[in-house]
Design a binder for this molecule. Structure first.
Ligand code: HEC
Ligand code: HEC
Length: 142
């Protein structure tokens, strides 16, 4: 019990030092969001992303480009499970009508994933048709 009090007192003392007392008066914050509207503004939600139809791949722009992901990409990639592999692994791809992972991504003839490629979204990004352009993009492959 005594320890608990000491800990509580310590926490209170620290909170006082850090100067982070709760501010009950919300001041306007001078930061802008991606949509370029003040953070305090109430605005309509962004348009929902529209992905290409299921089964369609997006044309590649240069040789060895990691193909863009033609669907939502919020499948979980955790230490224990790779959500992308549940469709793109060599043994599941055919059934899921997905392209199996590239030969460069595997380490044996059974298609076991080379873990250097574990973090799929490090190289593959989703591409959707968005009504609003969020950030300017001047990419050219010329
Ligand atoms: C529910 C099954 C499923 C899951 C989960 C899934 N995909 Fe896909 N993926 C597909 C299908 C179906 C296609 C369309 C067919 C194709 O082009 O492979 C596709 C297409 C792709 C393509 C384009 C391939 C090409 O040749 O153009 C990439 C890249 C891709 N997915 C990456 C990912 C990544 C990264 C994840 C995890 C964030 C993921 N996918 C999770 C089913 C899935
Ligand atoms: C280090 C970057 C990198 C990572 C990480 C990566 N990829 Fe790729 N991926 C590529 C590149 C580059 C290609 C194109 C290969 C080529 O044409 O040489 C590719 C190709 C593919 C293809 C198309 C294969 C084909 O035959 O057309 C699929 C599907 C794919 N990757 C899925 C995945 C999945 C799923 C993961 C995660 C388990 C992943 N990739 C991780 C770079 C990466």
């Amino acid at each position: 019990m005594k320890k608990l009090f000491t800990a509580a007192a310590l926490i209170m003392a620290l909170a006082a030092c850090s100067g982070q007392q709760t501010n009950t008066q919300a001041d306007p914050v001078n930061v802008s969001s991606l949509g370029q509207s003040a953070i305090t503004d109430i605005r309509a939600a962004d348009a929902m992303p529209i992905y290409p139809k299921r089964g369609a791949s997006i044309e590649r722009d240069f040789v060895h480009q990691p193909p863009m992901i033609p669907h939502k990409a919020d499948y979980k990639i955790t230490m224990k499970r790779n959500g992308c592999m549940s469709c793109h692994s060599w043994d599941k791809a055919k059934k899921r009508k997905a392209t199996p992972i590239d030969i460069s991504h595997v380490k044996d003839d059974k298609g076991s994933l080379n873990n250097q490629y574990y973090s799929c979204t490090q190289c593959h990004a989703p591409m959707a048709e968005n009504k609003l352009q969020l950030v300017e993009n001047t990419f050219s492959n010329k």
